[in-house]
Design a protein. Sequence first.
Length: 169
Amino acid sequence: MLPKKTNPVMVRFLAGLVLIALFLSALLQLSWTRNHIQLPYTRFLAALNGQILNSIGVPVSVQDTVVRQADYAVEIKQGCDGLDVVILFLSAVIAYPFSWKSRLTAILYGSLLIFILNLLRTVALFLIGRGSDRTTFEFFHVYIWQFVVIFLVLVFWIYRIGREKPIAK
């Protein structure tokens, strides 16, 4: 039994967040989802990386999910596509007691934010990787950019819940 001071709305939110995140993460692991959603999306992300890099004077070629310049290449893999962050964000938005209009607005703007941040991340990582050693690339890949993306999405989430009144259930 829960202590008397436990907020039932918060318990429902946390339980919903975990269940929805687990469900969406499981969906992402299905071969159909990988082949029909994740892989085409990752190819699209790689193609956009190529267009951006070429437009700023960094000549690259793109094949499938690999962005290449001469003897340097980066492959955008599962986990580097930002979909894990999208799943966590979607889970939080769906589980939180917003109105459905507010949820849809948050999903639209939050997903766009995550897409833009991840696109900036992958372009920046290509540039960092081609101009530095493997250790520097890994440091920015694993620590700096993951923190930046998660932090900014968290700030956006806090902004959203601060703007909206939860629906009492």
